[in-house]
Design a protein around this ligand. Structure first.
Ligand code: BES
Ligand code: MN
Ligand code: ZN
Length: 502
Protein backbone atom coordinates (compact mmCIF):
# COMPACT_ATOMS: atom_id res chain seq x y z
CA UNK A 1 0.00 0.00 0.00
CA UNK A 2 1.20 3.42 -0.97
CA UNK A 3 0.93 6.04 1.79
CA UNK A 4 1.26 9.76 1.24
CA UNK A 5 0.53 13.12 2.77
CA UNK A 6 -2.21 14.88 0.82
CA UNK A 7 -3.19 18.51 1.25
CA UNK A 8 -6.94 18.99 1.43
CA UNK A 9 -10.02 18.35 3.49
CA UNK A 10 -11.50 14.94 4.18
CA UNK A 11 -15.06 16.13 3.55
CA UNK A 12 -14.18 17.08 -0.01
CA UNK A 13 -11.98 14.09 -0.88
CA UNK A 14 -13.25 11.57 -3.42
CA UNK A 15 -11.98 8.33 -1.88
CA UNK A 16 -13.54 4.87 -1.54
CA UNK A 17 -13.46 5.44 2.19
CA UNK A 18 -12.51 8.21 4.57
CA UNK A 19 -11.40 7.21 8.05
CA UNK A 20 -12.58 9.32 10.98
CA UNK A 21 -12.40 8.84 14.71
CA UNK A 22 -14.25 9.48 17.91
CA UNK A 23 -13.22 9.64 21.56
CA UNK A 24 -15.33 8.06 24.26
CA UNK A 25 -18.00 10.21 25.98
CA UNK A 26 -18.03 12.77 23.17
CA UNK A 27 -21.64 13.66 22.34
CA UNK A 28 -20.95 16.32 19.75
CA UNK A 29 -18.04 15.37 17.50
CA UNK A 30 -15.49 18.07 16.64
CA UNK A 31 -12.66 18.39 14.12
CA UNK A 32 -12.95 16.51 10.82
CA UNK A 33 -15.49 14.12 12.34
CA UNK A 34 -17.65 17.10 13.32
CA UNK A 35 -17.44 18.69 9.88
CA UNK A 36 -18.44 15.46 8.17
CA UNK A 37 -21.20 14.90 10.74
CA UNK A 38 -22.69 18.26 9.80
CA UNK A 39 -22.42 17.49 6.07
CA UNK A 40 -24.28 14.25 6.77
CA UNK A 41 -27.06 16.00 8.65
CA UNK A 42 -25.94 14.68 12.03
CA UNK A 43 -25.70 10.99 11.09
CA UNK A 44 -22.68 10.46 13.37
CA UNK A 45 -24.28 12.34 16.28
CA UNK A 46 -27.34 10.14 16.03
CA UNK A 47 -25.19 6.98 16.07
CA UNK A 48 -23.78 8.31 19.34
CA UNK A 49 -27.13 9.44 20.71
CA UNK A 50 -28.66 6.04 19.96
CA UNK A 51 -25.85 4.33 21.82
CA UNK A 52 -24.75 2.45 18.69
CA UNK A 53 -21.30 3.98 18.83
CA UNK A 54 -19.57 4.98 22.06
CA UNK A 55 -16.03 5.71 20.84
CA UNK A 56 -14.63 2.78 22.80
CA UNK A 57 -11.22 1.70 21.49
CA UNK A 58 -11.60 -1.06 18.93
CA UNK A 59 -15.10 -0.04 17.86
CA UNK A 60 -15.62 0.40 14.11
CA UNK A 61 -18.75 1.65 12.29
CA UNK A 62 -19.49 2.25 8.61
CA UNK A 63 -21.63 5.11 7.33
CA UNK A 64 -22.81 5.81 3.80
CA UNK A 65 -22.97 9.53 2.97
CA UNK A 66 -25.32 9.00 -0.01
CA UNK A 67 -23.72 11.80 -2.02
CA UNK A 68 -23.62 14.42 0.73
CA UNK A 69 -19.81 14.28 0.51
CA UNK A 70 -17.72 12.84 -2.37
CA UNK A 71 -16.37 9.83 -0.39
CA UNK A 72 -18.20 6.52 -0.92
CA UNK A 73 -18.17 5.54 2.73
CA UNK A 74 -16.97 6.57 6.15
CA UNK A 75 -15.11 4.28 8.48
CA UNK A 76 -15.50 5.54 12.02
CA UNK A 77 -13.08 4.19 14.58
CA UNK A 78 -13.17 4.54 18.37
CA UNK A 79 -10.10 6.00 20.13
CA UNK A 80 -11.17 5.31 23.74
CA UNK A 81 -10.75 7.88 26.52
CA UNK A 82 -9.20 11.14 25.30
CA UNK A 83 -6.80 11.52 28.24
CA UNK A 84 -5.54 7.95 27.81
CA UNK A 85 -4.68 7.98 24.11
CA UNK A 86 -1.14 6.78 23.37
CA UNK A 87 0.79 6.28 20.14
CA UNK A 88 -0.06 2.61 20.41
CA UNK A 89 -3.73 3.55 20.59
CA UNK A 90 -3.21 5.38 17.29
CA UNK A 91 -1.41 2.35 15.78
CA UNK A 92 -4.28 0.11 16.83
CA UNK A 93 -7.02 2.46 15.60
CA UNK A 94 -5.29 2.87 12.23
CA UNK A 95 -4.94 -0.92 11.99
CA UNK A 96 -8.61 -1.54 12.83
CA UNK A 97 -9.74 0.99 10.25
CA UNK A 98 -7.52 -0.30 7.46
CA UNK A 99 -8.56 -3.90 8.11
CA UNK A 100 -12.19 -2.84 7.77
CA UNK A 101 -11.28 -1.03 4.54
CA UNK A 102 -9.66 -4.21 3.24
CA UNK A 103 -12.78 -6.25 4.12
CA UNK A 104 -14.83 -3.75 2.12
CA UNK A 105 -12.43 -4.06 -0.84
CA UNK A 106 -11.57 -0.36 -0.61
CA UNK A 107 -8.84 0.65 -3.07
CA UNK A 108 -8.29 4.23 -2.00
CA UNK A 109 -8.68 5.32 1.61
CA UNK A 110 -7.95 8.64 3.27
CA UNK A 111 -7.53 9.19 6.98
CA UNK A 112 -7.61 11.86 9.59
CA UNK A 113 -4.45 12.14 11.74
CA UNK A 114 -5.68 10.26 14.80
CA UNK A 115 -4.76 11.86 18.09
CA UNK A 116 -3.22 15.06 16.76
CA UNK A 117 -6.06 17.47 17.52
CA UNK A 118 -7.77 17.00 20.85
CA UNK A 119 -5.56 13.96 21.55
CA UNK A 120 -2.52 16.24 21.82
CA UNK A 121 -0.05 13.83 20.20
CA UNK A 122 2.94 14.98 18.17
CA UNK A 123 2.04 15.20 14.47
CA UNK A 124 5.13 13.44 13.11
CA UNK A 125 4.88 10.65 15.70
CA UNK A 126 1.17 10.17 15.00
CA UNK A 127 1.81 10.00 11.23
CA UNK A 128 4.50 7.37 11.88
CA UNK A 129 2.15 5.40 14.15
CA UNK A 130 -0.67 5.49 11.57
CA UNK A 131 1.74 4.32 8.88
CA UNK A 132 3.11 1.51 11.04
CA UNK A 133 -0.30 0.37 12.26
CA UNK A 134 -1.76 0.33 8.75
CA UNK A 135 1.13 -1.44 7.04
CA UNK A 136 1.71 -3.95 9.83
CA UNK A 137 -2.01 -4.85 9.95
CA UNK A 138 -2.05 -5.60 6.23
CA UNK A 139 0.98 -7.93 6.46
CA UNK A 140 0.04 -11.20 4.82
CA UNK A 141 2.24 -14.29 4.74
CA UNK A 142 1.28 -16.34 1.71
CA UNK A 143 3.91 -19.03 2.27
CA UNK A 144 4.06 -21.90 -0.19
CA UNK A 145 0.35 -21.88 -1.01
CA UNK A 146 -0.08 -22.60 -4.71
CA UNK A 147 -3.25 -20.50 -5.09
CA UNK A 148 -2.66 -16.97 -6.42
CA UNK A 149 -2.04 -14.35 -3.74
CA UNK A 150 -5.19 -12.23 -3.27
CA UNK A 151 -4.98 -8.67 -4.56
CA UNK A 152 -3.37 -6.42 -1.96
CA UNK A 153 -5.99 -3.90 -0.82
CA UNK A 154 -6.20 -1.02 -0.11
CA UNK A 155 -3.67 0.23 -2.66
CA UNK A 156 -3.49 3.76 -1.38
CA UNK A 157 -3.85 5.60 1.92
CA UNK A 158 -3.81 9.39 2.11
CA UNK A 159 -2.96 11.18 5.35
CA UNK A 160 -4.82 14.41 5.00
CA UNK A 161 -3.09 17.65 6.03
CA UNK A 162 -4.13 21.28 5.80
CA UNK A 163 -0.81 22.99 5.19
CA UNK A 164 1.34 22.04 2.23
CA UNK A 165 4.46 23.41 3.95
CA UNK A 166 4.08 21.03 6.85
CA UNK A 167 6.71 18.31 6.32
CA UNK A 168 6.06 16.57 9.63
CA UNK A 169 3.48 14.18 8.21
CA UNK A 170 5.65 13.23 5.22
CA UNK A 171 8.58 12.65 7.60
CA UNK A 172 6.44 10.49 9.87
CA UNK A 173 5.22 8.45 6.91
CA UNK A 174 8.77 7.93 5.68
CA UNK A 175 9.88 6.72 9.12
CA UNK A 176 6.85 4.46 9.44
CA UNK A 177 7.47 2.92 6.03
CA UNK A 178 11.11 2.18 6.94
CA UNK A 179 10.12 0.59 10.24
CA UNK A 180 7.27 -1.46 8.76
CA UNK A 181 9.59 -2.74 6.01
CA UNK A 182 11.99 -3.94 8.69
CA UNK A 183 9.19 -5.72 10.54
CA UNK A 184 8.04 -7.34 7.31
CA UNK A 185 11.53 -8.75 6.67
CA UNK A 186 11.63 -10.19 10.19
CA UNK A 187 8.12 -11.69 9.99
CA UNK A 188 8.82 -13.26 6.61
CA UNK A 189 12.04 -14.88 7.83
CA UNK A 190 10.41 -16.29 10.94
CA UNK A 191 7.32 -17.51 9.09
CA UNK A 192 9.30 -19.35 6.40
CA UNK A 193 9.73 -23.10 6.87
CA UNK A 194 13.09 -24.31 8.18
CA UNK A 195 13.93 -26.12 4.94
CA UNK A 196 13.78 -22.72 3.21
CA UNK A 197 15.02 -20.37 5.92
CA UNK A 198 18.49 -21.83 6.49
CA UNK A 199 21.50 -19.85 7.75
CA UNK A 200 22.56 -19.30 4.11
CA UNK A 201 19.06 -18.07 3.24
CA UNK A 202 19.12 -15.59 6.14
CA UNK A 203 22.47 -14.35 4.84
CA UNK A 204 21.01 -13.98 1.35
CA UNK A 205 18.04 -11.95 2.62
CA UNK A 206 20.40 -9.81 4.70
CA UNK A 207 22.56 -9.21 1.62
CA UNK A 208 19.54 -8.17 -0.49
CA UNK A 209 18.39 -5.84 2.26
CA UNK A 210 21.91 -4.40 2.57
CA UNK A 211 21.86 -3.70 -1.15
CA UNK A 212 18.44 -2.00 -0.98
CA UNK A 213 18.98 0.25 2.04
CA UNK A 214 22.75 0.73 1.85
CA UNK A 215 24.32 -1.36 4.59
CA UNK A 216 27.73 -2.98 4.61
CA UNK A 217 27.53 -6.73 4.84
CA UNK A 218 30.01 -9.48 5.53
CA UNK A 219 29.06 -13.15 5.92
CA UNK A 220 31.48 -15.50 7.64
CA UNK A 221 31.50 -19.17 6.68
CA UNK A 222 32.66 -22.17 8.67
CA UNK A 223 36.38 -21.86 7.86
CA UNK A 224 36.40 -18.23 8.97
CA UNK A 225 34.60 -19.16 12.18
CA UNK A 226 37.23 -21.82 12.75
CA UNK A 227 39.97 -19.25 12.27
CA UNK A 228 38.22 -17.09 14.88
CA UNK A 229 38.03 -20.13 17.21
CA UNK A 230 34.24 -19.86 17.58
CA UNK A 231 34.08 -23.27 19.23
CA UNK A 232 30.71 -22.73 20.89
CA UNK A 233 28.87 -21.77 17.70
CA UNK A 234 30.64 -24.48 15.71
CA UNK A 235 29.83 -27.08 18.38
CA UNK A 236 26.12 -26.46 17.82
CA UNK A 237 26.43 -26.31 14.03
CA UNK A 238 28.38 -29.55 13.64
CA UNK A 239 25.27 -31.72 14.08
CA UNK A 240 23.65 -30.43 10.91
CA UNK A 241 24.35 -30.97 7.21
CA UNK A 242 23.28 -27.35 6.75
CA UNK A 243 26.34 -25.14 7.30
CA UNK A 244 26.27 -22.16 9.68
CA UNK A 245 26.71 -18.50 8.81
CA UNK A 246 27.79 -15.50 10.86
CA UNK A 247 26.10 -12.43 9.40
CA UNK A 248 27.59 -8.98 10.01
CA UNK A 249 25.55 -5.94 8.91
CA UNK A 250 26.87 -2.43 9.40
CA UNK A 251 25.15 0.94 9.24
CA UNK A 252 27.51 3.93 8.92
CA UNK A 253 30.47 1.55 8.54
CA UNK A 254 33.81 3.28 8.85
CA UNK A 255 32.37 6.39 10.55
CA UNK A 256 34.79 6.40 13.47
CA UNK A 257 33.45 9.79 14.52
CA UNK A 258 30.27 8.02 15.69
CA UNK A 259 29.60 5.87 18.75
CA UNK A 260 29.04 2.17 18.08
CA UNK A 261 26.07 0.06 19.15
CA UNK A 262 26.09 -3.68 18.48
CA UNK A 263 22.85 -5.63 18.15
CA UNK A 264 23.06 -9.43 18.29
CA UNK A 265 20.25 -11.85 17.39
CA UNK A 266 20.02 -15.61 17.94
CA UNK A 267 19.66 -17.32 14.58
CA UNK A 268 18.82 -20.95 15.29
CA UNK A 269 17.01 -21.84 12.06
CA UNK A 270 15.59 -24.98 13.65
CA UNK A 271 15.92 -26.21 17.22
CA UNK A 272 15.32 -29.94 17.63
CA UNK A 273 17.07 -29.79 21.00
CA UNK A 274 19.87 -31.98 19.61
CA UNK A 275 20.59 -35.17 21.59
CA UNK A 276 18.72 -33.55 24.49
CA UNK A 277 15.83 -33.93 22.09
CA UNK A 278 12.71 -31.83 22.49
CA UNK A 279 9.33 -33.57 22.83
CA UNK A 280 7.41 -33.05 19.55
CA UNK A 281 4.95 -30.52 21.04
CA UNK A 282 7.85 -28.27 22.02
CA UNK A 283 9.61 -28.74 18.68
CA UNK A 284 6.52 -27.75 16.69
CA UNK A 285 7.25 -24.00 16.73
CA UNK A 286 11.03 -24.11 16.52
CA UNK A 287 11.35 -22.72 12.99
CA UNK A 288 10.87 -19.45 14.87
CA UNK A 289 14.03 -19.90 16.93
CA UNK A 290 15.81 -17.44 14.64
CA UNK A 291 13.36 -14.64 15.50
CA UNK A 292 16.01 -12.67 17.41
CA UNK A 293 18.29 -12.81 14.37
CA UNK A 294 15.41 -11.82 12.11
CA UNK A 295 14.67 -8.87 14.40
CA UNK A 296 18.27 -7.68 14.16
CA UNK A 297 18.29 -7.93 10.35
CA UNK A 298 14.95 -6.07 10.16
CA UNK A 299 16.11 -3.43 12.65
CA UNK A 300 19.32 -2.77 10.71
CA UNK A 301 17.16 -2.21 7.61
CA UNK A 302 14.96 0.27 9.48
CA UNK A 303 17.94 2.01 11.11
CA UNK A 304 19.55 2.54 7.70
CA UNK A 305 16.22 3.80 6.31
CA UNK A 306 15.98 6.31 9.16
CA UNK A 307 19.62 7.39 8.70
CA UNK A 308 20.21 7.26 12.45
CA UNK A 309 23.51 9.00 13.28
CA UNK A 310 25.25 6.11 15.04
CA UNK A 311 27.56 3.34 13.89
CA UNK A 312 25.32 0.28 14.30
CA UNK A 313 26.52 -3.29 13.85
CA UNK A 314 24.13 -6.23 13.59
CA UNK A 315 25.51 -9.70 14.31
CA UNK A 316 23.52 -12.85 13.56
CA UNK A 317 25.13 -16.18 14.42
CA UNK A 318 22.97 -18.64 12.44
CA UNK A 319 22.92 -22.44 12.68
CA UNK A 320 20.61 -25.45 12.88
CA UNK A 321 20.47 -27.47 16.11
CA UNK A 322 20.21 -31.02 14.76
CA UNK A 323 21.39 -34.57 15.34
CA UNK A 324 23.85 -36.60 13.29
CA UNK A 325 26.89 -38.77 13.97
CA UNK A 326 29.02 -35.69 14.55
CA UNK A 327 26.55 -33.73 16.65
CA UNK A 328 27.70 -32.34 20.00
CA UNK A 329 26.65 -34.25 23.10
CA UNK A 330 25.99 -33.66 26.78
CA UNK A 331 29.34 -33.76 28.64
CA UNK A 332 31.27 -32.47 25.64
CA UNK A 333 33.40 -29.45 26.51
CA UNK A 334 33.50 -26.59 23.99
CA UNK A 335 35.89 -23.63 23.97
CA UNK A 336 34.40 -20.26 23.02
CA UNK A 337 36.39 -17.61 21.12
CA UNK A 338 37.42 -15.83 24.34
CA UNK A 339 38.93 -19.09 25.65
CA UNK A 340 36.14 -19.79 28.17
CA UNK A 341 35.44 -23.54 28.34
CA UNK A 342 31.85 -24.75 28.50
CA UNK A 343 30.62 -28.11 29.74
CA UNK A 344 27.54 -29.13 27.80
CA UNK A 345 24.75 -30.20 30.14
CA UNK A 346 21.96 -29.91 27.58
CA UNK A 347 22.34 -29.68 23.81
CA UNK A 348 18.99 -27.89 23.96
CA UNK A 349 20.67 -24.90 25.61
CA UNK A 350 22.20 -24.07 22.20
CA UNK A 351 21.16 -20.44 21.78
CA UNK A 352 23.52 -19.16 24.49
CA UNK A 353 26.40 -20.97 22.73
CA UNK A 354 25.79 -19.08 19.49
CA UNK A 355 25.39 -15.86 21.43
CA UNK A 356 28.60 -16.49 23.40
CA UNK A 357 30.79 -16.28 20.29
CA UNK A 358 28.83 -13.33 18.93
CA UNK A 359 29.13 -11.44 22.24
CA UNK A 360 32.90 -12.00 22.13
CA UNK A 361 33.03 -10.82 18.50
CA UNK A 362 31.20 -7.60 19.50
CA UNK A 363 34.16 -6.49 21.68
CA UNK A 364 36.26 -5.61 18.65
CA UNK A 365 33.99 -2.63 17.91
CA UNK A 366 34.58 -1.02 21.34
CA UNK A 367 30.82 -0.51 21.56
CA UNK A 368 29.08 2.00 23.84
CA UNK A 369 26.26 -0.55 24.12
CA UNK A 370 25.59 -4.15 23.12
CA UNK A 371 22.08 -5.59 23.09
CA UNK A 372 21.34 -9.21 22.32
CA UNK A 373 17.87 -10.56 21.59
CA UNK A 374 16.98 -14.22 21.59
CA UNK A 375 14.22 -16.79 21.91
CA UNK A 376 16.37 -18.17 24.70
CA UNK A 377 14.42 -19.91 27.44
CA UNK A 378 11.10 -21.57 28.13
CA UNK A 379 11.75 -20.38 31.70
CA UNK A 380 11.23 -16.77 30.59
CA UNK A 381 7.85 -17.75 29.15
CA UNK A 382 6.96 -19.42 32.45
CA UNK A 383 8.02 -16.29 34.35
CA UNK A 384 6.36 -13.59 32.24
CA UNK A 385 3.77 -15.43 30.13
CA UNK A 386 3.17 -15.71 26.42
CA UNK A 387 2.69 -12.50 24.45
CA UNK A 388 3.04 -10.35 27.57
CA UNK A 389 6.62 -9.08 27.74
CA UNK A 390 10.18 -10.10 26.98
CA UNK A 391 12.63 -10.37 29.87
CA UNK A 392 15.30 -7.68 30.11
CA UNK A 393 18.70 -8.01 31.78
CA UNK A 394 21.21 -5.16 31.78
CA UNK A 395 24.58 -4.34 33.29
CA UNK A 396 24.07 -0.58 32.90
CA UNK A 397 21.23 1.60 34.20
CA UNK A 398 21.16 4.04 31.30
CA UNK A 399 21.04 1.21 28.80
CA UNK A 400 18.22 -0.46 30.72
CA UNK A 401 16.23 2.78 31.01
CA UNK A 402 16.67 3.59 27.32
CA UNK A 403 15.43 0.13 26.37
CA UNK A 404 12.47 0.48 28.74
CA UNK A 405 11.59 3.84 27.18
CA UNK A 406 11.73 2.27 23.72
CA UNK A 407 9.54 -0.60 24.93
CA UNK A 408 7.05 1.91 26.23
CA UNK A 409 6.73 3.94 23.04
CA UNK A 410 6.68 0.94 20.68
CA UNK A 411 4.45 -1.21 22.93
CA UNK A 412 6.96 -4.02 22.43
CA UNK A 413 6.98 -4.70 26.14
CA UNK A 414 10.01 -5.50 28.29
CA UNK A 415 10.16 -6.39 31.95
CA UNK A 416 13.42 -6.08 33.92
CA UNK A 417 14.79 -9.23 35.55
CA UNK A 418 17.78 -9.46 37.94
CA UNK A 419 21.37 -10.41 37.08
CA UNK A 420 22.04 -11.65 40.63
CA UNK A 421 25.54 -13.15 41.01
CA UNK A 422 23.75 -15.92 42.95
CA UNK A 423 22.89 -17.50 39.59
CA UNK A 424 26.61 -18.25 39.05
CA UNK A 425 26.30 -21.18 41.45
CA UNK A 426 23.90 -22.94 39.09
CA UNK A 427 26.38 -22.92 36.19
CA UNK A 428 29.51 -23.95 38.09
CA UNK A 429 31.08 -26.95 36.35
CA UNK A 430 33.35 -29.71 37.68
CA UNK A 431 35.15 -30.07 34.37
CA UNK A 432 35.08 -26.65 32.66
CA UNK A 433 34.77 -22.92 33.41
CA UNK A 434 30.98 -22.95 33.14
CA UNK A 435 28.08 -25.25 32.33
CA UNK A 436 25.66 -24.34 29.54
CA UNK A 437 22.61 -25.01 31.68
CA UNK A 438 21.78 -24.25 35.28
CA UNK A 439 18.71 -26.47 35.31
CA UNK A 440 15.03 -25.65 35.54
CA UNK A 441 14.88 -23.44 38.62
CA UNK A 442 15.76 -19.85 37.81
CA UNK A 443 16.50 -20.90 34.25
CA UNK A 444 16.06 -17.42 32.80
CA UNK A 445 18.48 -15.86 35.31
CA UNK A 446 21.15 -18.53 34.93
CA UNK A 447 21.02 -18.22 31.13
CA UNK A 448 21.66 -14.48 31.44
CA UNK A 449 24.52 -15.02 33.91
CA UNK A 450 26.00 -17.51 31.44
CA UNK A 451 25.98 -14.88 28.67
CA UNK A 452 27.63 -12.34 30.96
CA UNK A 453 30.83 -14.47 30.85
CA UNK A 454 31.23 -13.40 27.22
CA UNK A 455 30.11 -9.76 27.43
CA UNK A 456 33.26 -7.80 28.19
CA UNK A 457 32.19 -4.16 27.80
CA UNK A 458 30.63 -1.53 30.06
CA UNK A 459 27.03 -1.68 28.81
CA UNK A 460 25.37 -4.93 27.84
CA UNK A 461 21.70 -5.91 27.77
CA UNK A 462 20.01 -9.21 27.03
CA UNK A 463 16.42 -9.53 25.82
CA UNK A 464 14.79 -12.97 26.17
CA UNK A 465 11.91 -12.88 23.67
CA UNK A 466 10.93 -16.58 23.80
CA UNK A 467 7.37 -15.67 24.78
CA UNK A 468 7.03 -12.98 22.11
CA UNK A 469 7.92 -14.96 18.98
CA UNK A 470 4.35 -15.87 17.97
CA UNK A 471 1.05 -13.99 18.00
CA UNK A 472 -1.16 -14.74 20.97
CA UNK A 473 -4.83 -13.77 20.76
CA UNK A 474 -5.57 -10.92 18.40
CA UNK A 475 -3.74 -7.66 18.12
CA UNK A 476 -4.99 -5.52 15.22
CA UNK A 477 -1.55 -4.95 13.75
CA UNK A 478 0.08 -8.29 14.54
CA UNK A 479 -1.56 -10.92 12.30
CA UNK A 480 -1.33 -14.62 13.15
CA UNK A 481 2.17 -16.13 13.00
CA UNK A 482 5.54 -14.49 13.56
CA UNK A 483 5.22 -11.17 15.38
CA UNK A 484 8.38 -9.47 14.13
CA UNK A 485 8.88 -8.50 17.80
CA UNK A 486 12.07 -6.59 18.41
CA UNK A 487 12.43 -4.66 15.16
CA UNK A 488 10.51 -1.63 16.39
CA UNK A 489 11.98 -1.95 19.89
CA UNK A 490 15.61 -2.08 18.71
CA UNK A 491 15.11 0.66 16.13
CA UNK A 492 13.52 3.00 18.65
CA UNK A 493 16.23 2.12 21.18
CA UNK A 494 19.00 3.02 18.72
CA UNK A 495 17.26 6.30 17.85
CA UNK A 496 17.10 7.20 21.55
CA UNK A 497 20.72 6.14 22.16
CA UNK A 498 21.82 8.39 19.29
CA UNK A 499 19.89 11.36 20.70
CA UNK A 500 21.36 11.07 24.17
CA UNK A 501 24.84 10.94 22.77
CA UNK A 502 24.11 14.30 21.11
N1 BES B 1 14.64 -22.21 21.72
C1 BES B 1 14.50 -22.67 23.04
C2 BES B 1 13.67 -21.75 23.94
C3 BES B 1 12.24 -21.49 23.52
C4 BES B 1 11.20 -22.13 24.16
C5 BES B 1 11.94 -20.54 22.57
C6 BES B 1 9.90 -21.85 23.82
C7 BES B 1 10.63 -20.26 22.23
C8 BES B 1 9.60 -20.91 22.86
C9 BES B 1 15.87 -22.85 23.68
O1 BES B 1 16.91 -23.19 22.84
C10 BES B 1 15.76 -23.96 24.67
O2 BES B 1 15.53 -25.06 24.25
N2 BES B 1 15.92 -23.65 25.95
C11 BES B 1 15.88 -24.62 26.96
C12 BES B 1 17.01 -24.35 27.93
C13 BES B 1 17.25 -25.43 28.93
C14 BES B 1 17.72 -26.70 28.26
C15 BES B 1 18.30 -24.94 29.90
C16 BES B 1 14.54 -24.52 27.68
O3 BES B 1 14.05 -23.40 27.84
O4 BES B 1 13.97 -25.53 28.02
MN1 MN C 1 17.07 -25.28 22.52
ZN1 ZN D 1 16.69 -22.60 20.88
Amino acid sequence: MDIQAVVGRLESLAADAIILNLFETVTEPGGATGTVDKALGGAISSLIAGGDFTGQAGQVAILYPMGSIPAKRIILVGLGAQDKLTLDGVRRAAAQAILKARDLKVKHAATVLHGTGAGGLDIQEAAQAITEGSLLALYDYHGQKTAARPEALPQRLDLVIFDEHDTRVANGIQAGVAVAAGVQVARDLANLPPNVCTPAYMAKVAAELAQTVGLKIEVLEKTQMEALKMGALLGVAQGSETPPRFIILEHNAGRDDLDTVVLIGKGVTFDTGGYSLKPSENMATMKGDMSGGAAVIGALGAIAGLKIPLHVVGLVPAADNMINGRAYRPQDVLTASNGVTIEIISTDAEGRLLLADALVYASRYKPSAVVDIATLTGACVVALGEGVAAGLFATDDRLRDTLLAAADSTAEKLWPLPLFPDYEKAIESDTADVKNSGGRKGGVGSSAIFLKHFADYPAWAHVDMAGMMLTVGDSPYVPKGATGYGVRLLTDFVRRWAEKKG
